[in-house]
Design a protein around this ligand. Sequence first.
Ligand code: SF4
Length: 460
Amino acid sequence: MPVSVFDIFKIGIGSSSSHTVGPMTAARRFALSLADKQLLPAVQRLQVDLFGSLALTGQGHGTDRAIILGLLGESPDTVDPDAMPLMLEQVRASASLSILGRQAIAFAEKSDLVLHRREELPRHPNGLRITAFGADGQPIDRETYYSVGGGFVVTESEFDRSADVSEELPFPYHSATELLDIGRNQQMSIAAIARANEEARRSPAEVDAGLTRIWQAMQDCVQRGLAMDGSLPGGLGLQRRARQHLLALEAGKQERHAELLNPLAALQWVNAVAFAVAEENAAGGRVVTAPTNGAAGVIPAVIHYLARFASETGQTEIFNFLLVAGAIGSLYKENASISGAAVGCQGEIGVACSMAAGGLAAALGGSNAQLENAAEIGMEHHLGLTCDPIGGLVQVPCIERNAIAATTAINACLIALRGDGRHLVSLDKVIATMRQTGADMQAKYKETSLGGLAVNLVEC
Ligand code: SF4
């Protein structure tokens, strides 16, 4: 069953959908369930156990901070990124926290937030378990959560249950082939199919309002990222570059090589926007998960390209882009994965590129077959891409990778629009190949920072 576009695109905070947004959501869910079960007054201690990738790269990705904020009752879509440092400082300085602001307990990160770096829970590399203890030191409640990518969180019992099985949609599908068949039989575009499914979940006005909110959040993020200077947090000393790219682009009109640079202006613009979002994400700012935080710059960069360089781009084209990109992202979520910890970076940057290529093709008036082709090309050339973030931070190679994938998505779209939609490798085949490649990939290349660039950086 296709996942809603509003689950694929979620407003959250950096730096990672699976390691920040997901764990915050899980911690908040646990706190709310304690309240629902009326157990809150009995809780005297909490212990949070992080396993696998969450333990290995969680500190660089802000998992520890996210857990604390979630237990306080904060949600990724509403927490004020500027207020977070003070909230965390108060918990750390007092070695205590107030669950949902209602039950104060001692909380010492060293002993109550336990990292199991050599141990994985059986169902997914991103596992966490939260246990509440009563006054007698005995557990009174416990839950295991898996952060399965893109900010999605499931409990142990929910893991095998496919999302929203009870949902009745006018156009259910499980593969790109089925989606294309619906389009052919109903004489509908994929954007129209995706919209009809969304309108079965909420009113047309709510769909429009939700899409407007997503696009506005993307634009706000780009504006903030383009205005910022200085180094990113985390210890690598990496400087923000989005603003410099923008300034160079504007100054380029007067440069000696203006005639050479001008034809590449669109490319430079895409780079600046992708950097702006990826740097905001790395700094823990407000971003739209698309479909993950590590890859959050790709789709905004391509939509900004569309809005700036394609004439006659209006709200309809942007909404169609988001609806189609969401439908494509849903196919990956159902049939492979959008988690770097499960399948490597092909599942994050590769999926974002595929979604952006298909979305752009739809916005530019491509046929269903052409946009399926564009989405396929976008993934085909990311197959095997590993995840090896240096220092466990979503910075290198992640930030540049967003810019490279955004420009690849535009090229994938151009290639597809030059054809008639007929092509050898189908989107379904490339999704299956991505899943199999991810399964064959050595664990050290799946968001552990134990391989690749993460271990080969020469320290000066
Ligand atoms: S390398 Fe790719 S998958 Fe890994 S953290 Fe960076 S963007 Fe995410």
